[in-house]
Design a protein around this ligand. Structure first.
Ligand code: DO4
Ligand code: MG
Length: 280
């Protein structure tokens, strides 16, 4: 089942049918411990109508209200190698090697809700950076009890030159206005997401495909439950939180995003997050 936050209410999608939820508070709705069963109850009671799809097509919002967004890093070999390369002149290369093998994962604060955009909205690249990439990431919704109860598609926009100059610049490379995108929905399953699920990315410039790649989430070094456990060890999240789980897809080092590029990130069973790039 999928839930979408729209300007005119919360839309539930199940087997090609669309319903409008009776819930009106996104924080309370998505943080329910019995979310999957609540959605099952709702679709039995509510009338389905194909017109409800137009609420998604015309008024889609990011599936967030007051949650913080956090991110894990260096969870795929490809990410470890790219960071080691970009930071070697700054002497930061062996941090990435070490964290990849360490018991404690890299987890960093990514964004407050006001810095997050949804599908169909623009992400930004920094004006003081010359090397910017999207990072396509499976993103968990973890409820306030620390349970992974939903999945969405995330883009952890990153300034690789700033991050590569000095690892201490990571917060500036990662956190700025419109640096995080999540959506289009939260997918709620009755079992953990399949490890064979594929994340794929396509970047278009002037509508022409420029870069595309894909990876299965089973290539991730860490277990999703372990990432959630580390995040919740000493922090509480009264309305739950989102956790981006790291990228395994990194364009070649000569690639940088430009204003106007379209980024399309798809995860099997969840959907496609589409964003264009702006700089203002
Ligand atoms: O260590 C820096 C950030 C890593 C990251 O964002 C990723 O691997 O996805
Ligand atoms: Mg990342």
């Amino acid at each position: 089942m999928k839930i979408y936050k729209t300007l005119q209410g919360f839309v539930i999608e199940h087997t090609g049918q669309y319903y409008i939820s009776r819930h009106t508070d996104w924080d309370l709705f998505i943080n329910r411990e019995d979310l999957f069963f609540e959605l099952q109850r709702e679709i039995q009671l509510l009338p389905a109508a194909s017109e409800y799809k137009s609420l998604i097509d015309n008024g889609l919002l990011a599936p967030i209200q007051s949650q913080e967004v956090w991110a894990a890093g260096v969870t795929y070999l490809r990410s470890r190698n790219a960071r080691m390369e970009e930071s070697k002149n700054a002497g930061g290369d062996n941090f990435y090697d070490r964290v990849y093998d360490a018991e404690r994962p890299e987890i960093f604060f990514k964004a407050t809700p006001n810095r997050v955009v949804g599908s169909g909205q623009a992400v930004r690249i920094r004006r003081d950076s010359k090397w910017n990439v999207p990072e396509p990431e499976l993103t968990l919704f973890i409820n306030s009890k620390g349970q992974i109860s939903g999945y969405t598609v995330g883009n952890d926009m990153s300034s690789r030159d700033i991050e590569g100059e000095n690892p201490l610049y990571l917060p500036q490379a990662k956190t700025y206005d419109k640096s995080a995108a999540i959506g289009p929905c939260i997918a709620i399953f009755d079992e953990p997401i399949s490890p064979e699920s594929t994340i794929s990315i396509e970047i278009l410039r002037y509508e022409i495909p420029l870069f595309s790649d894909s990876i299965e989430i089973n290539r991730m070094k860490r277990k999703l439950v372990d990432l959630a456990e580390f995040l919740f060890r000493e922090s509480s999240f009264p309305n739950g939180c989102f956790l981006m789980t790291g990228t395994g897809l990194v364009p070649n080092d000569n690639f940088t995003l430009e204003v106007g590029d379209e980024i399309r990130i798809t995860i099997d069973g969840i959907g496609t997050l589409v964003n264009t790039v702006e700089m203002k």
